[in-house]
Ligand binder design. Structure first.
Ligand code: C2O
Length: 311
């Protein structure tokens, strides 16, 4: 069970930190190394692969800004989590998620804040972050590159409205939530295209930009595709993005269903699994969390505030 990063036990936090450290300790060219894992993201976003297998060797693959966004990242985290578990010999290991959809989870998780570092070295530290934001610590889910300076209460309600907007108002049917159709032969979709999915273009991108360092040329690390995977915050952010898929489905509203087109179901990616074997996985096998044997700890007594936050 993946756990909310703001509610981890000391043991969970320590295990997570140790697992990331073990990953950092591997030689860079090992498929499980911190660098190799980060490069997976770069490879699927920055022209690392072309569509050669489908007969379009001159067209790049870009899994963002389309309906491949959710399933690709689900698989990416799936293997990342299993690799971490293997490195610390804990088959039960599960990732934390940055629960930015509820007020208590909106600050950047404490284990990422430099002042709270109580162990050295802190494997969760990344030098390329917006230091002011990390200190301030409450995320802006509508961040567009400039600080809005909202008072605390207002920032919270703005964030809750953003979650409602991404999951309900703007995500009312399959493609508006997942993103537009993108198939073999299509050129990469631009991030300002109106077809980009509601969560991807909304809260997801806002958090990336909010964490990245504006003093770096490309907003490194979190603010750019090629570098995002080098910040451990990427994976806890994406665990929550993945959870948004689950929450959206659990709303059981009409239209809240995964794509059924063969082009989506059979789209596939390759990853190294925890045994260092190269495996190919399909979108269709990413849909059922029971089969993937992980889920998210939810508090059954908690009423999600965003559900009552229609903008
Ligand atoms: Cu692959 Cu959050 O981007």
């Amino acid at each position: 069970m993946r756990w909310p990063a703001n509610h981890g036990t000391k043991e969970q936090v320590e295990k997570y930190r140790a697992a990331i450290q073990a990953m950092r300790d591997l030689p860079d060219d090992h498929p499980h190394s911190f660098v190799s894992q980060a490069k997976i993201h770069c490879a699927y976003c920055n022209g690392g692969y072309s569509q050669v297998d489908s007969g379009f060797p001159d067209i790049d693959i870009q899994i963002h800004n389309s309906w491949l966004f959710f399933p690709f990242h689900r698989w990416y985290l799936y293997f990342y989590e299993r690799i971490l578990g293997k490195l610390i010999k804990d088959p039960e290991f599960a990732l934390p998620y940055w629960k930015w959809d509820e007020p208590a989870g909106m600050p950047i998780p404490e284990m990422f804040v430099p002042e709270k570092i109580y162990c050295e070295p802190n494997s969760l530290y990344d030098v390329y972050r917006n230091a002011d934001h990390i200190k301030e610590r409450i995320v802006d889910l509508d961040y567009g590159g400039t600080d809005r300076g909202l008072p605390y209460e207002q920032q919270i309600s703005s964030n809750l409205c953003t979650v409602y907007r991404d999951l309900v108002r703007n995500g009312g049917d399959t493609l508006s939530f997942f993103g537009g159709v993108y198939v073999a032969g299509d050129s990469p979709v631009e991030n300002n295209d109106p077809s980009v999915g509601s969560v991807e273009s909304g809260s997801h991108t806002a958090v990336h930009r909010w964490v990245g360092d504006p003093k770096q040329t490309n907003g490194e690390d979190m603010g750019n595709f090629y570098s995002a995977g080098y910040d451990p915050a990427f994976y806890i952010h994406h665990a929550n993005v993945d959870r948004m898929w689950k929450l959206w489905k659990d709303l059981r509203l009409p239209g809240h269903v995964e794509p059924t087109e063969p082009d989506w179901l059979n789209a596939s990616y390759v990853f190294y699994d925890e045994n260092e074997e190269l495996v190919r996985v399909c979108n269709k096998d990413s849909v059922n969390l029971d089969k993937l044997k992980y889920n998210y700890v939810e508090n059954p007594n908690e009423v999600s505030l965003w559900r009552k936050s229609r903008p």
